[in-house]
Design a protein around this ligand. Structure first.
Ligand code: NAD
Length: 319
């Protein structure tokens, strides 16, 4: 009998096709949002695998799945999964490291260029019949020659740094673990303490995971250290930034702009003050949202599940 897998995020017919084409073992796949409420308990009871992107995997779900062999995240940020309960139950939680790093890196660069050249504002204005050919020149910039500061220099931080360097920036970074010398040398990247990165960077981008110690990492004090011309890009997790402090900083010209893909509450609330700013580029958590990344992530996820099917230990276990 084939194994049973539940996929927890919403799917479109096209996404189902990609998902199923990566399942070389012909598993029975259940789509959480298509299972009637009343039947979910029974499906959980029989599930061998959970496959999840961003939906919450709670203690109750894990406790209701006695046959569960593994929770496979399609991505790297595992803050939506109750890892502690999974560990207590002896269920490995696995991620797909690096598989979506290029997509997130490209979005980061896109947000920087958009803010530096006011693309979101000028796109809207041009379509509305305004011709702002000269109005924004003195507050638009080249990326070339600027200092890009990284907070978190793991897979996404490094992929972003390579692309930023190619545009002519100077790379500085903070991470709790220093990168190896060879990588630092390849980009002439300088390691600094967090406050020094904030003080020296023209562009600050966030690439740390959401953990108890990174929640609220960027608040009023940290924003006040940044240059008034600097921009902040959050493509990591919303709660790493104090959003109210950021809105206040933008309103008072403490910093010059922000690119935000990850929000403290998702979908972002309509009255979130950050949505009101022209100098905020807002996206709906699409850092990893490309077909290319999806294919890479799903291929890696199903290969990992296949290991467990063969009785082997899975890779990239986080608990
Ligand atoms: P990674 O594990 O390769 O890198 C994370 C880095 O953060 C590591 O170098 C680690 O040492 C560092 N770090 C961890 N805790 C720290 C701390 N307290 N202080 C300083 N540094 C610390 O992960 P990654 O693939 O680069 O992804 C980073 C994060 O990006 C993920 O955890 C996730 O939250 C987010 N992400 C967002 C999207 C999106 O769609 N926007 C997609 C993928 C990942």
């Amino acid at each position: 009998m084939s194994s049973k897998l539940i996929y927890f995020n919403k799917v479109t017919p096209a996404l189902k096709k990609i998902l199923e084409s990566n399942d070389s073992r012909g598993m029975q796949i259940f789509y959480w949002h298509e299972i009637p409420e009343g039947e979910r308990k029974n499906v959980l009871k029989e599930a061998d695998y959970f496959l999840v992107a961003t939906e919450k995997i709670t203690k109750e779900m894990l406790q209701s799945a006695p046959k569960l062999k593994m929770v496979q995240k399609t991505g790297v940020g595992v803050d939506n999964i109750d890892i502690k309960t999974a560990k207590e139950l002896g269920i490995p939680v696995c991620k797909t490291p690096g598989a979506n790093a290029i997509s997130v890196a490209e979005l980061t660069i896109g947000m920087i260029l958009s803010l530096y050249r006011k693309l979101n504002l000028l796109d809207k204005a041009t379509k509305n019949g305004q011709w702002l050919m000269w109005e924004h020149r003195l507050t638009s910039y080249e990326v070339y020659g600027k200092t890009h500061g990284f907070i978190g220099f793991g897979k996404i931080g490094k992929e972003t740094a390579k692309r930023s360097k190619a545009l002519g920036t100077k790379i500085i970074y903070y991470d709790k673990i220093r990168a190896d010398e060879e990588f630092e040398n390849s980009l002439d990247a300088k390691y600094m303490e967090l406050d020094e990165v904030l003080k020296n960077a023209d562009i600050v981008s966030l690439h740390v995971p959401l953990l108890p110690e990174t929640e609220g990492l960027i608040g009023k004090r940290e924003l006040s250290l940044m240059k008034p011309t600097a921009i902040l890009i959050n493509v990591s997790r919303g709660k790493i930034v104090d959003e109210n402090a950021l809105a206040e900083a933008l309103a008072n010209n403490v910093i010059a702009g922000a690119g935000i893909d990850a929000w403290s509450s998702e979908p972002v609330e309509r009255d979130n003050p950050l949505l009101a700013f022209d100098n905020v580029v807002a996206t709906p958590h699409i850092g990893a949202g490309t077909k290319d990344a999806l294919n890479r992530v799903l291929s890696m996820a199903f290969q990992n599940i296949a290991l467990v099917e063969k009785g082997k230990t899975p890779m990239y276990v986080v608990n």
